[in-house]
Design a protein around this ligand. Structure first.
Ligand code: NAD
Ligand code: UD1
Length: 337
């Protein structure tokens, strides 16, 4: 099949492009490179020995999008493109709403015009807000607590309305938990453009000597060691979840949401300990105050994805730490180096 991948030069998109090519799909990538990297695309070609079309364009540009659909025979779309920083979304909400929601509207309008009605959308565990219970099932209340999460929920609802209006669509909403890790080649990985907000990229930058020490946000959470618990999932497992979702959207119609996680919660201290043991790198840290907006525990119930998508994460925390470290060690300055 010929798959249009929006945001394919980003972290999760690049790993998914690689898996799509590896199983024989063709891909077309659109990315404005606001947070993605052309070098990632070059490395995907190098690893797979396959070429593909890349449009350095913005999703908001309807004319360009129509050109892409008219020049390529697209069968389905995997829609990663979006802005993803919670902090930034609180500071510049209109930009987030415009980019994420309007971008998706333009994409859906163009898909409809070209009769492409198969879509996988990158949603987030952020749509659950502060969960009442863990593990979180897909039918838990949806109540995001920041503009970023609200863009995801609004898009989910737009896509549900779209399906109600036309039952020939096939749409899968994938709610990712905490993706970390990198491809085992060490050639593609996560390359934050600024000081990392997220835990794993911060740890790897401490390990490689770019940062002095990690601040552990909060030591009095209601968890086994007082630090926040999350469901970390290897980005390659996540990428493979998209292949399963693709099978579903192309073989059926309907719309459904799936959690993609491992179902296991690890604390910040668990992750540090595991990273140190796996990589033999020391991670100096200090315990400090909570980060506003953080929750104590967040991990997925993954039964629905296991049963209905036929997908299960296979990589463990050691694999995630090992692969994150290989990527960082080989690329201390990310793709710039
Ligand atoms: P990323 O920033 O690495 O990738 C997103 C890509 O989209 C970037 O390459 C960026 O340049 C591109 N992009 C953004 N707006 C665009 C536009 N208007 N037109 C064209 N390209 C545009 O992020 P990621 O971590 O790979 O995340 C991919 C998707 O998954 C995002 O939608 C994100 O919200 C979602 N998600 C990510 C996480 C995570 O922890 N990384 C968790 C849950 C959900
Ligand atoms: C954050 C986002 C979430 C997004 C996810 C992945 C918030 C509130 N949520 O989730 O929407 O999907 O990133 O992009 O920002 N931690 C430290 N020190 C650090 C960084 C993090 O102790 O320097 C802790 C956090 O307090 C948390 C855990 O590590 O307990 C994981 O944090 P992070 O990687 O930022 O992910 P989330 O907060 O789960």
């Amino acid at each position: 099949m010929n798959i249009l991948v929006t945001g394919g030069a980003g972290y999760i998109g690049s790993h998914t492009c690689l898996e799509l090519l590896n199983v024989g799909h063709e891909i077309v990538v659109i990315d404005n490179l606001s947070n993605g990297n052309f070098e990632a695309l070059k490395r995907i070609s190098e690893l797979t020995k396959k070429d593909f079309r890349f449009y350095q364009e913005d999703l908001l540009d309807k004319t360009t999008l129509e050109k892409i659909f008219s020049e390529n025979n697209i069968d389905a779309v995997i829609h990663f493109a979006g802005l993803k920083s919670v902090d930034e979304s609180i500071k510049i909400p209109l930009h987030y709403y415009h980019n994420n929601i309007t971008g998706t509207l333009v994409l859906c309008q163009t898909m409809k015009k070209y009769d492409v009605k198969k879509m996988i959308f990158s949603s987030s565990a952020n749509v659950y807000g502060v969960p009442k219970n863990v593990p979180i099932t897909e039918d838990s209340p949806l109540a995001p607590i920041n503009p970023y999460g609200r863009t995801k929920l609004i898009i989910e609802e737009i896509l549900r309305d779209l399906y109600v209006s036309d039952n020939s669509w096939g749409i899968v909403l994938l709610r990712y938990f905490n993706p970390i890790g990198a491809h085992e080649s060490g050639r593609i990985g996560e390359d934050p453009s600024d000081i990392p907000n997220n835990l794993m990229p911060y740890i790897t930058q401490v390990a490689v000597g770019k940062r002095d020490k990690l601040k552990v946000f909060g030591k009095d959470y209601n968890t086994h060691d007082g630090t926040g618990v999350r469901d970390y999932i290897h980005v390659v497992d996540l990428a493979k979840g998209h292949l399963k979702a693709l099978e579903m959207v192309t073989s059926t119609t309907g719309i459904d949401a799936f959690n993609l996680g491992t179902g296991i919660g690890y604390s910040v201290l668990d992750l540090i300990k595991n990273y140190e043991n796996t990589t033999s790198q020391k991670i100096p840290y200090t315990l400090t105050h909570r980060r506003p907006g953080d929750i104590d525990k967040c991990y997925a119930d993954v039964n629905k994805a296991n049963k209905k998508l036929g997908w299960k994460a296979t990589k463990n925390l050691e694999d995630m730490c090992k692969d994150s470290w290989r990527w960082q060690k080989n690329n201390p300055n990310g793709y710039e180096g």
